[in-house]
Write a protein that binds this ligand. Structure first.
Ligand SMILES: NC(=O)CCC(=O)C(=O)O
Length: 264
């Protein structure tokens, strides 16, 4: 399985420009059939929350149709980052996955809203429980940015046999060390692949994002890592058999004592 992460500077509050940007990245990426393309969080608007009602899709449209078209055109699977998404008058931060036939196969709205970026004042918290989805015949998980701080969510996905967990983000530079440390810890403690996309650049509201999109293997090694401030298309081959090797050498899932944990 090859993953292809688009790391770039999301235009603040300009859905059309962002869509054109994504289309140009698809064109530039030299994609192969079956690649898994990964976009960042809130990639249609950035954190222009004051105007989020205007930028929000309606039940993912028309963005879902655009992404389905790109998936079909390039014969690739797309972890379509997240977008502001209006459902029954509420705006959610919703990530989705479309396979190469253009069908949407999974959707997840961010359950942990981030106070540091003022999300709870403008967005509704997702009501979807943690579920895995089928990615090229394997189980995968999809979470959004601040979710990274909740190890129980990752463990839950891995106990549902997720082998790869995608973290789509707009993670600020101010906490770059947390980003890399937590991603790596999630890979090591769950012995799974972590594929993380982040944006770069400074938004009109003054927040600078940390880049450093990265893929960690189940041993905690970075297979590829972006810079802090450059636009990049990052590619990594994922060997899912390596998960079994690591779990054989360090058998934490056999050593677990779930009957002993009081609050899990
Ligand atoms: N977009 C986000 O959820 C940012 C999360 C963040 O800033 C943090 O956890 O720190």
């Amino acid at each position: 399985m090859r993953v292809v992460i688009f790391q770039y500077d999301v235009y603040y509050g300009d859905v059309e420009k962002n869509l054109n940007k994504v289309k140009s990245l698809f064109e530039a990426a030299d994609l192969q059939e079956d690649d898994v393309v990964v976009l960042p969080e809130m990639w249609t608007s950035g954190y222009d929350l004051e105007n989020i009602d205007v930028h929000a899709a309606n039940e993912l449209e028309p963005i879902k149709t655009e992404i389905s078209g790109l998936a079909g055109k390039y014969s690739v699977n797309v972890v379509a980052g997240s977008i502001p998404n209006k459902v029954d008058g509420e705006v959610y931060n919703t990530a989705f996955y479309v396979d190469k036939s253009g069908e949407q196969r999974h959707q997840y709205s961010k359950m942990h809203l981030v106070p540091m970026l003022n999300e709870p004042a403008f967005l509704a918290g997702g009501k979807d429980t943690s579920e895995t989805f089928d990615l090229l015949g394997e189980n995968a998980g999809l979470v959004i940015c601040y979710d990274l701080r909740f190890p129980e969510l990752f463990r839950d996905l891995v106990l549902q046999e997720a082998k790869v967990i995608f973290v789509v983000a707009e993670w600020p530079l101010a906490r770059k060390d947390h980003w890399l440390t937590l991603l790596r810890a999630r890979a090591i403690e769950n012995q799974c692949y972590i594929v993380a996309s982040n944006s770069i650049g400074t938004q009109d509201n003054g927040t600078t994002f940390a880049g450093n999109s990265v893929v960690y293997n189940p041993f905690g090694e970075a297979l590829v890592q972006g810079s802090t401030d450059e636009e990049e298309i990052l590619k990594a081959e994922i060997d899912l058999d390596y998960i079994d090797e690591v779990r054989k050498d360090i058998p934490i899932f056999d050593s677990r004592r779930k009957e002993m944990y009081k609050f899990l």
